[in-house]
Design a protein around this ligand. Structure first.
Ligand SMILES: [Fe+2]
Ligand SMILES: [Fe+2]
Length: 378
C-alpha cells in the first residue's frame, strides 16, 4: 500500500504506466499470420510487471488504453478482476481496441459497458466515459475518451466529442491553480514521429485537433499528458506540453514506465521517468529477440507504405526494393532513443529515416525517450 495520504507536493508521488496491454486469454487469441501484436504474452508479461511493481511503494498505476485484444468481454472481465486485487489505485482510459466496431471475437464490449465495468478505475457512478479525479490531495488526473463511433457504427479516429470538450472546459475552469494536473488519453496529443499529423500512416495515431487541445491544456497550466496507441517509447514536447507515450506490453520492446513527481528545495517540480522491459516469460526465453524478429517478419508491407506515402513518395518498385533493408527499423523506432545511420541507403531515404531517431529539431542528439528528468515550469 502507499505509504501515506500526505498531499502533493509535501512528498514525492510515484506511479507506473503500462500501455496497450491487449489482454488476450489463450482461447481468444486471434490466429492470423499478419498479426503484429504478440498477444500470447499479454497475461504473463502483465503478471511479471505487477510482480516487479509489488516491490515499490506505488501511489497508482496508469493504463492508457487498448486494454484488450479486440474488446472481448471475457478479456475485460479477466482484467477488471485482476486490477481489483491490486493494493494501489489503477486508472484506465479506453483505446480503439476496447469497444471496436468489429472484432475477431463473437461478442464485443460497448462503451457504456466499458465505463460500467471499470467504475472505480477513474470512472464514477455518473457513467460518463471521461473523468477528473484526485489520486492524491493536490494532484488531479483527467481521463479522456478519444474513441468515437459514428451513428452508423464506424470508427471515428482519435476524436473528442463536443460534449466531452465542453465538460473539459468546465472542469479545467474549476481546477485549483496550486494543484498539479495530469491528463491521460489513448491517442497522441504531440507528434512523436516526423509528419505524424499529416501522413497517411502517422495521422491515425494522433488526436484530431491536437493543437487546439494542447492550447486548452496549456492555458490551464497542464504540462503532462500520458498516451499510448502508437506502440512506441517516446517523449515529445510541443507548445510547452509533454506527451509521454508508452510502448505496448505486447510488442517490442515490451516496456513499462515508472514515474516520480518531485518538488526540489528550490521549488521546482520534476518528473523523473524510468523505463523497464519484459525480457522473458515462460515459453518465451528470449522474448526481446523473438519479438524483434516477429516484428521484422511482418514489417515489409508497412515499410513499403511508409516509403511510398511519407514525405519521400517513392514509387512502389523503389519501396519494395528498399523495404528488406529496413526490416528492423520499426522495432528500433519502438525502442526509443535510437540513432539511425543507414549509410547504405540512398541519401534522401537515409535522411528521411534519420529523422525518426533520437534527435531534436536542430539535429542534436536527444536521448529522452526512456530515462529522463523533466523540469516542469512553475
Ligand atoms: Fe494498441
Ligand atoms: Fe490503439
Amino acid at each position: 500500500m502507499s505509504s501515506s495520504i500526505a498531499s502533493w507536493p509535501d512528498r514525492p508521488c510515484r506511479f507506473a504506466i503500462i500501455s496497450d496491454l491487449h489482454i488476450a486469454l489463450p482461447e481468444t487469441v486471434w490466429d492470423h499470420p499478419s498479426r503484429f501484436h504478440l498477444v500470447e504474452v499479454s497475461i504473463p508479461a502483465f503478471e511479471q510487471i505487477l510482480q516487479r511493481l509489488e516491490l515499490l511503494d506505488l501511489d497508482f498505476l496508469l493504463l492508457p488504453g487498448d486494454l484488450t485484444q479486440h474488446g472481448e468481454p471475457v478479456n475485460h472481465a479477466w482484467l477488471v478482476k485482476r486490477l481489483q486485487q491490486l493494493p494501489y489505485p489503477v486508472y484506465v482510459v479506453p483505446g480503439n481496441h476496447d469497444f471496436p466496431p468489429v472484432s475477431s471475437y463473437p461478442q464485443i464490449t460497448t462503451l457504456p459497458e466499458f465505463v460500467e465495468q471499470y467504475r472505480g478505475f477513474g470512472y464514477d457512478e455518473l457513467g460518463r466515459p471521461y473523468y477528473c479525479c484526485q489520486p492524491l490531495p493536490g494532484l488531479n488526473l483527467i481521463g479522456l475518451n478519444s474513441n468515437q463511433l459514428s451513428a452508423d457504427g464506424r470508427e471515428i479516429i482519435g476524436a473528442i466529442d463536443p460534449e466531452q470538450m465542453a465538460w473539459l472546459d468546465r472542469t479545467l475552469a474549476t481546477l485549483s491553480p496550486t494543484d498539479l494536473t495530469l491528463v491521460m488519453v489513448h491517442h497522441n496529443v504531440v507528434e512523436h514521429l516526423p509528419e505524424q499529423s499529416t501522413n497517411l500512416l502517422g495521422r491515425r495515431y494522433m488526436l484530431q485537433d491536437a493543437a487546439a487541445l494542447r492550447q486548452k491544456l496549456r492555458s490551464a497550466g497542464i504540462q503532462l499528458v500520458f498516451t499510448g496507441h502508437l506502440h512506441v517509447q517516446d517523449i515529445a514536447e510541443a507548445d510547452g506540453l509533454y506527451d509521454i507515450t508508452t510502448g505496448s506490453l505486447v510488442s517490442y520492446p515490451h516496456p513499462f514506465r515508472l514515474a516520480t513527481l518531485r518538488r526540489d528545495r528550490l521549488g521546482h517540480t520534476w518528473l523523473e521517468v524510468e523505463s523497464g522491459r519484459v525480457k522473458a516469460v515462460p515459453g518465451w526465453d528470449d522474448l526481446l529477440a523473438t519479438s524483434r524478429e516477429w516484428m521484422g517478419d511482418r514489417s515489409p508491407p508497412f515499410m513499403i507504405k511508409l516509403l511510398m506515402h511519407g514525405d519521400l513518395g517513392l514509387s512502389r518498385a523503389e519501396a519494395e526494393q528498399l523495404a528488406p533493408q529496413l526490416r528492423h527499423f520499426w522495432a528500433d523506432v519502438a525502442d526509443g532513443d535510437r540513432l539511425f545511420e543507414f549509410e547504405h541507403l540512398p541519401p534522401h531515404v537515409r535522411d528521411y529515416c534519420q529523422q525518426f531517431g533520437a534527435i531534436d529539431p536542430t539535429g542534436a542528439i536527444a536521448r529522452i525517450d526512456n530515462h529522463i528528468a523533466l523540469r516542469l515550469s512553475s
